[in-house]
Design a binder for this molecule. Structure first.
Ligand SMILES: [Fe+2]
Ligand SMILES: [Fe+2]
Length: 333
C-alpha cells in the first residue's frame, strides 16, 4: 500500500474542455466587473452531454444574487479560456489590493484571492513550462506567499484554511508549497532555506504538466507508475533551468521529491545520506497532500490516517523528526 502512493498516474480521463482552465467561483468579488468571459458547465439535453455555456461576458457586472444563487445551487467552479489566464490573475491581484486598502485586517476573502491568484500563476507556468516569463511569474508568486507566511502566524494559517483540495495538479502543487512554507517557518529554517523549499514545492510536479488536462489533470493512485512518469521529478528540474539564479538546492529538492530514506523511491532510489532536509520534507508534505486530497468521487484519507501511515507503515521511509514537525504545524492550524 505504501509503495502504491510512491507512484503517480495522471488521469486517463479525456480533457473535456481543451483550451479552458477551471477556477473557483469564490474568487469572484460581488459587484465587480468580470475580467473575461466566464463559462459554466451545463447539461445539454439536445446533445445529452455536458458542455460549457457563457455565463458572464467580459466587462459585465457580477451581481450579488447571481453569485449567491450559483453557490446555493452547489455550483462552485467555472471555466475561463487559457488565453484569459493573465487577465484573470490581474483581476484577482487588483481585487486583493483593493480589499487590503479598504479593510487592512485579515479576511477570508483576502486569503481566497491570494490563493486563487497563486493558482493562476501556477497554471500559467504549467501551460508553458518552458517559458521563462511564466516561470518568473511563479517565482515572484512564491516570494509574495513567503512574505505573507513569514510575517505572522495568522496569515500562514489563513492561507491554509482557504486551501481547497480536489487532486488536480496545480492545486496539489500550491497546497504542498503552502504546507512546506508553514512547517519550515515553524521549524526556524532561515528565510532563504524556506524560500528555496517553497520554490521547489511550487514547481515540483511541473514535469507532469504536459500530460492531457495540464494544470487541471487529476493525479490518481494507487496504480503502477508508467515508466515515463517516473522521470517527472527530473523533468521538473530541467524545466527550472529556464529560471536564472535559482539556488541549486531548489533543483535538488525538486529532483528528489519522490525519493525515500530506505532507497525505495524513484527515479534514482537514493538513500538517506544523499537526501537533503528539503527533499525529505518535500516527500512528507507531498505524500500527505496526495493521500488526503479527494479525487472526483473518491475520498482521500483523513489527516489522522495519512499521518499514522507516515509514522508507522512508512517509518523507515520518511524522516520522523520532520514528520513530527508537520504534525505540530497541522495541530496549530
Ligand atoms: Fe511528483
Ligand atoms: Fe506532487
Amino acid at each position: 500500500m505504501t509503495q502504491a502512493l510512491n507512484t503517480v498516474q495522471v488521469s486517463a480521463l479525456p480533457n473535456l474542455y481543451p483550451g479552458f482552465v477551471h477556477f473557483s467561483l469564490r474568487s469572484l468579488v460581488q459587484g465587480s466587473r468580470s475580467p473575461c468571459t466566464l463559462r459554466l458547465e451545463a447539461y445539454s439535453s439536445a446533445s445529452q452531454r455536458l458542455r460549457l455555456v457563457v455565463a458572464q461576458e467580459a466587462g459585465s457586472r457580477l451581481e450579488d444574487d447571481w453569485l449567491a444563487r450559483l453557490l446555493q445551487a452547489g455550483i462552485h467552479h467555472g471555466y475561463i479560456a487559457q488565453d484569459d489566464l493573465d487577465r484573470f490573475q490581474e483581476y484577482l491581484r487588483s481585487q486583493a489590493s483593493r480589499l487590503l486598502a479598504s479593510a487592512p485586517q485579515d479576511s477570508e476573502l483576502q486569503y481566497c484571492l491570494i490563493y486563487e491568484q497563486a493558482l493562476c500563476a501556477l497554471k500559467g507556468a504549467m501551460l508553458e513550462p518552458r517559458n521563462g516569463r511564466r516561470l518568473a511569474s511563479g517565482v515572484a508568486t512564491v516570494r509574495q506567499l513567503l512574505d505573507l507566511a513569514w510575517r505572522d502566524d495568522r496569515a500562514r494559517q489563513g492561507l491554509l484554511k482557504v486551501m481547497t483540495r480536489d487532486g488536480r495538479l496545480a492545486k496539489h502543487c500550491l497546497n504542498v508549497c503552502l504546507l512546506g512554507l508553514g512547517v519550515a517557518r515553524d521549524q526556524g529554517w532561515t528565510r532563504q532555506e524556506t524560500e528555496n523549499l517553497g520554490l521547489a514545492l511550487f514547481f515540483h510536479d511541473l514535469g507532469l504538466a504536459e500530460q492531457p488536462g495540464g494544470a487541471d489533470c487529476s493525479l490518481l493512485e494507487p496504480t503502477a507508475a508508467e515508466p515515463g512518469l517516473r522521470q517527472h521529478p527530473q523533468l521538473s528540474g530541467d524545466f527550472l533551468g529556464a529560471v536564472p539564479d535559482l539556488a541549486p538546492e531548489v533543483v535538488e529538492t525538486v529532483c528528489n521529491h519522490h525519493e525515500y530514506l530506505d532507497g525505495s523511491g524513484y527515479p534514482q532510489g537514493l538513500k538517506a545520506p544523499a537526501l537533503s532536509r528539503g527533499a525529505r520534507l518535500a516527500r512528507i508534505v507531498d505524500y500527505y497532500e496526495t493521500a488526503t486530497a479527494g479525487r472526483g468521487d473518491c475520498q482521500g484519507l483523513s489527516p489522522f490516517e495519512a499521518l499514522l501511515r507516515l509514522g508507522q507503515e512508512m517509518k523507515d521511509q520518511v524522516d520522523q523528526e520532520l514528520l513530527q514537525a508537520l504534525v505540530r504545524f497541522l495541530g496549530n492550524v
